[in-house]
Design a protein around this ligand. Structure first.
Ligand code: NAD
Length: 341
């Protein structure tokens, strides 16, 4: 039981921990036996020094692991950074490599969870069930203002057809939509079931609904900007469940004001780290852009909840702890895509 001995010694320090993280990780850890230490706060330069005698830190989407933070962690003996999410735009991978820190993530966990949330956003914005719910509770049975459109026969533009994009395409094909996609690599299995690949500009000009499923990187930052919005059909529906930085928020606000954008659904937001995953109901929000966005009747904001299903949380906990166990024991990680450095 050499592996067991090593695992028992490994301490993992968690940041940005929510009640549900503790619940799912503590339960899953019964099969691993790590020492788990939980902090609610984000990881950043202000707090990195708190990590002591931990071989691993476990972080989420809004923890900031820039070179400064990574250096502090390395100095204090951290050997593994385990992201409990798929995206990794918040970690300086070059700094980790230089300092010999291994970085792993959860490359796929219920992609359907995110794809289904994107569809929920489309359906809510289109059929206005959020308004109908409140209206009927106040005994207002009028339909005025609730007019939607058939999704059947509409053109859906999908940017990024990886795990989540694929799941999303399949659902939209099931609705009877025409699905146009853009990715660096065309997926033959999707083409076989009816998805067609096109240049971005064609998607912008032809799609009735555009849903973003590509990662945030230098090529994709503000992929939706004033120019691309101008190319779109008037009244287009935009859905972003990927990363806030894909959408230029100021341009989106202008697009909404001019009615060029007819509907906007965002589960992610450029400056979300100051807001999301917190109860700020008694606070004065200083972010004017999110306040402006929330004031539009045709904008739906959810607070990075697309991943939030029981199936996904179980998978995230299991994959994260399996990744740490393999790296701590010098063993190969089952899914190679989990290893970033
Ligand atoms: P994935 O790696 O399986 O797929 C990403 C796809 O994007 C790949 O097919 C890739 O080729 C493509 N791509 C890369 N660069 C591109 C570019 N410049 N233009 C177009 N396509 C490009 O990732 P995934 O699991 O499908 O996740 C996609 C994104 O969803 C993640 O990067 C993450 O940011 C986001 N996400 C959000 C949530 C949430 O709760 N809202 C949860 C999980 C993931």
């Amino acid at each position: 039981m050499g592996n067991q001995e090593i695992q028992e010694k490994v301490k993992v320090t968690f940041f940005s921990t929510q009640v549900y993280d503790k619940q799912f990780f503590t339960a899953c850890n019964q099969g691993f036996g790590f020492e788990l230490e939980y902090y609610d706060t984000h990881l950043g330069p202000h707090i990195a020094g708190i990590v002591q005698q931990s071989q691993a830190v476990c972080v989420f989407v809004n923890d900031k692991l820039d070179a400064r933070v990574v250096k502090t962690l390395a100095r204090n003996g951290v050997k593994i950074i385990a992201l409990r999410c798929a995206g990794f735009n918040n970690v300086d991978l070059a700094a980790c490599k230089e300092l010999g820190i291994k970085v792993c993530r959860v490359p796929a966990y219920s992609p359907e969870a995110v794809a289904e949330h994107a569809v929920a956003m489309i359906m809510t914005l289109n059929r206005k069930t959020h308004k109908a719910y409140n209206r009927v509770r106040e005994q207002n049975f009028s339909l005025n203002g609730l007019l939607g459109f058939d999704l059947h026969g509409k053109t859906i533009g999908v940017l990024g057809t990886g795990n989540i994009g694929q799941a999303f395409c399949k659902i939209m094909l099931g609705f009877g939509c025409k699905v146009m996609a853009f990715d660096l690599i065309a997926d033959k299995r999707l083409e076989a079931i009816g998805v067609t690949y096109h240049p971005l500009t064609d998607i912008f000009s032809q799609a009735d609904v555009i849903s973003l499923h590509c990662p945030l990187n230098e090529q994709t930052k503000h992929i939706i900007n004033a120019d691309s919005i101008q190319m779109m059909k008037k009244g287009v529906m935009l859905i972003n469940t990927s990363r806030g930085g894909l959408l230029d928020t100021a341009a989106a606000i202008q697009g909404l004001k001019s009615a060029q954008i007819g509907y906007l659904g965002i589960d992610v937001y450029e400056q979300e780290e100051k807001l999301f995953f917190k109860d700020l109901s008694g606070d004065i929000i200083q972010d004017d852009q999110i306040q402006r966005l929330m004031s539009f009747p045709n904008v739906l904001v959810t607070a990075h909840q697309a991943f939030f299903t029981a199936e996904a949380l179980q998978q995230i906990a299991f994959t994260t702890l399996s990744n740490i166990a393999a790296l701590a024991n010098g063993q190969p990680v089952v899914n190679k895509a989990a290893i970033l450095v």
